[in-house]
Write a protein that binds this ligand. Structure first.
Ligand code: NAI
Ligand code: MG
Length: 377
């Protein structure tokens, strides 16, 4: 186990669009925690990067110091990328390179997407907050996103396109092991019966890669006799997630399936304004809301900062587990309690939740609450 750092070095990359509005609110909330929690200290190092940065220089999406600084940090707070029609000369959208260089360059292999329905949040499914509390883990470095493939006979009748799906034993093992470890460390099991359960989501009735994925799941799962193993084909999972979300505790799946089903999970938990994530590697983790840069909202200060704030809450949970840090645990508890209070009161709500509070007003209110909450850890 690693020693608790005297100061967490955190790289802040707001990126583009509303990333620039929600990220400062998440930092504000951590600063409020720092003020009231003994032994919790941060050093924030901010970088401009992404598509808007690219438009200024037309050469690069991020400064060369960014990745080396991230490698020496304990964690990263990322906003979002993508800006209108900002593209590289070859047509690819500016901002994507930053995302993939960070993800692959720092080997952030587990994309952890908690799906919890908080009180007073409208959901399109007929469920109560107590029924929805799962964490979906998406493999983050392999599968169809390796960019292996190409096109032949462009424009012709025999044109074809190929994308190759890559799964390695190491890549599958580490993310599946992460899922079992997380299930062990979470304070709650599945809402339906309190059981600690890891669901393997694949399409192993059809795809060879998925047969392999399931074999690895079963092998790793043998090391965790205390945790129930559960299986779902990805298509069936989507309807079960709506009909019986209370069955799920921790779910683990490969990259593309995870990309798709976590948008479904975001809808169940009340929309992208409330969907947090952290991307975890062996050395560090990155907090990042699931949403993108929503360019049409940029500058209006209507974006909901809670997804970003809940992402840093999960970064604190990551520090709690990695360093056995009670101060980080206290920060996470304060932040989540503040978010629940804000939603229960229903007075300072952002536009997507039916209110009229500006992005910074929501951040101010969470920061104020965080300081006032009494916690015993
Ligand atoms: P988006 O997530 O930016 O926005 C989709 C819609 O969701 C918005 O129009 C808005 O109605 C709602 N929304 C998202 N975040 C919200 C928030 N914090 N508060 C309130 N409402 C919110 O996805 P979209 O429109 O498909 O993409 C916009 C840009 O973002 C594109 O350039 C895209 O490539 C990029 N993008 C970047 C991601 C990242 O940085 N990881 C992820 C997804 C998209
Ligand atoms: Mg997606």
């Amino acid at each position: 186990m690693s020693v608790v750092p005297s100061k967490y070095k955190i790289v802040v990359v707001p990126g583009d669009g509303i990333g620039r509005e929600v990220t400062p609110e998440a930092v504000k909330v951590l600063k409020a925690c720092e003020e009231v929690i003994t032994g919790l200290n941060f050093e924030f190092i901010e970088f401009e990067a992404g598509a808007m940065y690219y438009l200024k220089n037309l050469k690069e999406e991020y400064p060369p110091e960014l990745l080396p600084t991230c490698r020496e940090s304990h964690g990263i707070i990322f906003g979002a990328v993508g800006w209108q029609d900002a593209r590289w000369p070859d047509g690819t959208y500016a901002g994507a390179k930053l995302i993939f260089d960070v993800r692959f360059g720092l080997d952030l292999y587990a994309n952890v997407r908690p799906c919890r329905l908080y009180p007073n949040v409208p959901t399109p499914i007929k469920k109560e907050p107590k029924d929805v509390n799962m964490v979906i883990i998406r493999e983050n470095t392999e599968c169809l996103y390796q960019g292996i493939g190409g096109r032949l006979n462009r424009g012709g009748e025999s044109e074809l396109a190929i994308d190759v799906r890559v799964l390695t034993r190491k890549g599958c093992e580490r993310v599946i092991r992460y899922a079992f470890e997380l299930a062990r460390s979470l304070p709650h099991g599945a809402p339906v019966d309190g059981k600690k359960r890891v669901t393997c989501i694949d399409k192993s009735n059809v795809l060879k890669g998925c047969v392999f994925w399931r074999e690895v799941f079963n092998k790793v799962g043998q090391e965790y006799p205390d945790i129930e193993k559960d299986y779902a084909y990805v298509d069936a999972w989507t309807q079960w997630a709506i009909r019986r979300p209370e069955w799920y505790n921790v779910c683990v799946t490969s990259n593309m399936f995870g990309d798709i089903i976590t948008d479904l999970a975001a809808a169940i938990q009340g929309g992208l304004g409330l969907a947090p994530s952290i991307q975890v590697g062996d050395k560090l983790a990155m907090a990042e809301p699931v949403h993108g840069s929503a360019p049409k909202y940029y500058g209006k200060r209507v974006a909901n900062p809670l997804a970003s704030i809940l992402s840093v809450m999960w970064l604190m949970r990551y520090f709690q587990t990695k360093y056995q840090d009670k101060a980080a645990a206290e920060a996470a508890t304060r932040i989540e309690t503040a978010v629940i209070e804000l939603l229960e009161e229903g007075k300072v709500l952002p536009r997507d939740l039916g209110g009229s509070a500006r992005t910074d007003e929501v951040g101010d209110e969470i920061a104020r609450k965080v300081k006032g909450i009494q916690v015993t850890i």
